[in-house]
Write a protein that binds this ligand. Structure first.
Ligand code: 2AM
Length: 184
């Protein structure tokens, strides 16, 4: 099965991102925008894995979650990979919580490596993919738009299964891992 580890977003945040992508449509009419209900912050993409892997990851990922306190986050600032002039991916970055997410991502990768995960060589760049372009396009005008989202709390991360269907991916939660509750 095809799996990845991600942080999910509250419904209100996904709703405002839906409003955002509707506004970006006119700048990039050829982009395929991610449906708001599927939007997430990817921590690690595992790709195709054996059916027993999720079970084997349960304990190490639970231990990872227990080491990281829950934190406040806010999405904001638009950008494009590999760059605005020849965009393939249009994303929103993090105005708050990027350091905490980066620390969590590093530890998640550390938990996945003993199970055979090969880490990406490029540094982790906290972002949420809003849209994708089959043919690179100039996203300069789109990413110059101002966006600052509402704050939310990250209290857990999830292991998701992705099934690719003709009308887009379908994600199913396999496991959920709580972050450490703040000291009372
Ligand atoms: P992205 O948000 O940076 O595009 C599920 O497919 C998630 O895994 C996507 O959101 C995507 O992150 C991430 N991902 C990372 N590498 C991938 C790959 N090689 N193929 C598909 N998805 C990948």
């Amino acid at each position: 099965m095809r799996c990845f580890v991600a942080v999910e977003l509250p419904a209100e945040v996904r709703r405002e991102l839906g409003d955002l992508t509707r506004g970006l449509c006119r700048y990039l009419p050829e982009a395929r925008w991610v449906r708001p209900e599927l939007m997430h912050l990817t921590l690690a993409f595992l790709g195709e894995v054996a059916d027993d892997l999720p079970g084997r990851l349960r304990a190490p990922l639970a231990a990872t979650g227990a080491r990281h306190p829950a934190f406040n986050a806010r999405l904001g600032g638009l950008g494009a990979f590999p760059g605005p002039g020849r965009a393939r991916v249009v994303w929103v970055g993090m105005e708050a919580g990027a350091d905490e997410l980066g620390a969590l991502q590093k530890d998640v990768v550390g938990a996945l490596v003993p199970a055979g995960y090969v880490p990406e060589r490029r540094p982790f760049s906290p972002h949420l993919t809003l849209g994708r372009l089959r043919t690179p396009a100039d996203a300069g005008a789109a990413v110059r738009r101002h966006f600052s989202g509402r704050g939310f709390r990250v209290e857990r991360f999830v292991l998701l299964r992705s099934v690719l269907r003709p009308d887009g991916p379908e994600y199913t939660e396999l496991e959920s891992f709580a972050l450490k509750a703040p000291a009372a």
